[in-house]
Design a protein around this ligand. Structure first.
Ligand code: CUV
Length: 636
């Protein structure tokens, strides 16, 4: 039955293998959860106080509200925004960790990290108002890192967050001020949101949702600074050619998967591995092979060309190959079940962060002060594990596809700049205005086992490409396309409409790369979605329209995490129509559902829509883009 679980051929093989050895995967566990509780599924189960859980039971006298009197709309609104708080906390804490590291670099406390991209440092400094003229790199670094850290602890509500202010146009900022969703400090807004949704505080669903949007703006702020500072520390991605899928795991090498989100550790493992090939050889392997899973995989893919093994839903299956010697994990999206998967083999699961441990797995406290040596010790654990590998248990699917990735905003503009050096973004605007491409879509988000793994990611990409929509991608969505062999030049030939093909032909002729450009531009991890928004902001300016008038849409066909809810929400606040391929737990309240799917458009120009059917979703996305183009043409 595995063919209905995933469209990925390699994953299907590994699911058969899991069945053979009697390992129950996340796909089995998803099935065990059916049928879902309707109360939870639609958002009308309240577990905020200890009198609960309360459910909305309209047929019972007194049952149409919770014990405290909270109506369905209050319960649904509170539940929804608490997802945003969780997501924004995760993204921004990731950003804070990077900022702290950068500050320590500037203070000379860390020796294994450095400013790798001083040009980006200066660009960011100028943007956020840090003086650069005549100052040395470390002084600028210290101010930029301090400005980032100041985003978290600010309690003066008359001030505003620096990053979103620096990158967003004044009209949009004003709209956020008018709707009272402009945050001043990240920690403050997240604490206030938890307070606002405590039992007996706010029961007004619209006010609660606005509190949620404030937290969502903290999410994009934390994301943006995380991306900027990671680029400064580790370099800004340029196009790279590599491969994706389980066939990237090598039988003759010590295989180490980098899984999670934070590049502080994964980048050090990449650096250390370069020096340690001989140690692997001494153990009988031909070398060390690194592969990525989830977003830390995207980070090292962008900057180092590390191959993608697989994405979120299929992470356990990388262990099923029997050739995974160690899986090094940091934070977020790491399944606790990896340990039991590893027990069937020799694989070492190494947790590395103080807030992320898995009972029974190996914990190695990663120390930034001793980063390279920490990374080396972790690699040595993998080499030791390799010695215990049982060759008879190794079964690696012979499936992998060529991937062209590394599309930071800088590298995208660099390519456009080969056609129009004076005004690179004009290239995209010209293509839209000439009708060569209809618009732009961002394919983002996770895997969600309420549907078939990766099916809708790829189906929507194919439909949009056929309709001449230029595609950006990130997170596990980008990995889905990479795994399926769609992130390369061949896919353009196969799937792009005539206009999009022409656009690519012009780009390819000008780009001067040794490879053809891929069907979708992979912008990095999900912390990197500010790259997309920055591009949209530039487009709006160049087109002379407002953010919510740009022919741009977002699709998260398999959104799953709290972070995805936060990301979707700031997209809506920026004016972006945002498709989610699972029915959101807002449908338990008609009012709240209408606010996020309809009223939001009146206020922000962006809105959510839920559509599990890939074809219907694609049709709607294309319609929205066409409608925006039509309106823009009318305005002229
Ligand atoms: Ni941060 S958040 S499942 S790894 S994209 Fe993948 Fe991406 Fe969602 Fe997680």
């Amino acid at each position: 039955m595995s063919e209905h679980k995933t469209i990925d051929v390699a994953a299907t093989q590994m699911l058969d293998r899991a069945k053979e050895i009697g390992f129950l995967t996340t796909f089995d566990r998803a099935k065990a959860q059916e049928p879902r509780c309707t109360f939870g599924n639609t958002g009308i189960c309240c577990r905020i106080c200890l009198q609960g859980p309360c459910r909305i039971l309209p047929k019972k006298p007194g049952g149409n509200k919770g014990i405290c009197g909270a109506a369905d709309y209050t319960i649904v609104a509170r539940n929804t925004v608490r997802y945003i708080a969780g997501g924004a906390a995760a993204h921004s804490d990731h950003g804070r960790h990077i900022a702290e590291t950068l500050l320590h670099v500037a203070e000379g406390k860390l020796h294994d990290y450095k400013v790798t991209d001083p040009d980006k440092l200066v660009r960011v400094a100028k943007r956020i108002g840090v003086e650069t003229e005549g100052r040395d790199v470390m002084a600028i670094t210290k101010d930029v890192a301090s400005a980032a850290l100041a985003e978290f602890g600010r309690v003066d509500e008359t001030q505003e967050l620096t990053w979103i202010n620096a990158y967003t146009d004044e009209k949009r900022l004003d709209l956020w001020r008018k709707t009272t969703i402009m945050p001043s400090g990240i920690n403050l807004s997240l604490a206030q949101l938890l307070h606002q949704t405590h039992v007996g505080t706010d029961s007004d669903p619209v006010n609660i949702i606005f509190g949620g949007l404030k937290a969502a703006l903290c999410d994009i702020d934390g994301q943006h600074l995380a991306t900027d500072l990671s680029d400064i520390l580790f370099g800004t991605g340029v196009p790279v050619v590599t491969e994706a899928n389980l066939g990237a795991i090598k039988a003759d090498k010590v295989n180490i998967a980098l899984h999670g989100h934070n590049p502080l550790l994964s980048q050090m493992v990449v650096n250390a591995a370069k020096e340690m090939q001989d140690e692997a050889k001494a153990a009988g392997a031909t070398g060390i092979n690194l592969v990525g899973i989830c977003c830390t995989g995207n980070e090292v893919l962008m900057r180092e060309g590390v191959a993608i093994a697989t994405n979120f839903a299929t992470q356990e299956l990388a262990v099923m190959t029997g050739a995974m010697d160690a899986m090094v994990v940091d934070v977020q999206c790491i399944m606790p079940s990896l340990r039991s998967a590893a027990e069937c083999f020799h694989t070492k699961i190494v947790t590395t962060m103080p807030i992320m441990k898995i009972p029974g797995s190996y914990h190695f406290a990663f120390d930034e002060h001793n980063a390279i040596n920490s990374a080396k010790e972790i690699i040595r654990l993998a080499i030791e594990a390799y010695k215990n590998r049982d060759a008879s248990k190794v079964s690696i699917p012979e499936i992998k596809n060529t991937v062209v990735a590394g599309f930071s905003l800088e590298s995208i503009l660099n390519i456009f700049g080969k056609i129009n050096p004076e005004n690179p973004i004009r290239v995209l605007v010209d293509a839209i205005e000439a009708g060569e491409i209809k618009g732009i879509a961002s394919l983002i988000g996770c895997n969600n086992l309420k549907g078939t793994h990766d099916q809708n990611h790829t189906a929507i990409a194919i439909e949009l490409a056929k309709n001449d929509v230029f595609l950006l991608a990130g997170g596990c969505s980008a990995q889905a396309h990479a795994l399926a062999g769609m992130m390369n030049g061949e896919a353009v030939k196969k799937y792009a409409g005539e206009g999009l093909k022409k656009f690519f032909a012009r780009l390819n002729a000008a780009a001067g790369l040794t490879t053809e450009l891929p069907l979708m531009f992979h912008t990095g991890s999900c912390v990197d979605y500010s790259r997309q928004q920055d591009l949209v902001n530039m487009l709006a300016k160049e087109m002379g329209v407002e953010n919510h008038e740009v022919p741009y849409v977002v699709s998260a066909p398999e959104a799953m995490s709290e972070k995805a809810v936060a990301i979707g929400s700031w997209n809506v606040a920026y004016g972006n129509p945002t498709h989610v391929g699972v029915i959101a737990p807002t449908v338990g309240s008609q009012l709240v559902n209408d606010v996020v799917t309809k009223i939001a458009e009146d206020v922000f120009g962006g809105f959510f829509f839920w559509e599990p059917d890939a074809l219907k979703a694609s049709e709607r996305l294309v319609e929205i883009i066409e409608e925006r183009n039509w309106k823009n043409a009318m305005r002229k």
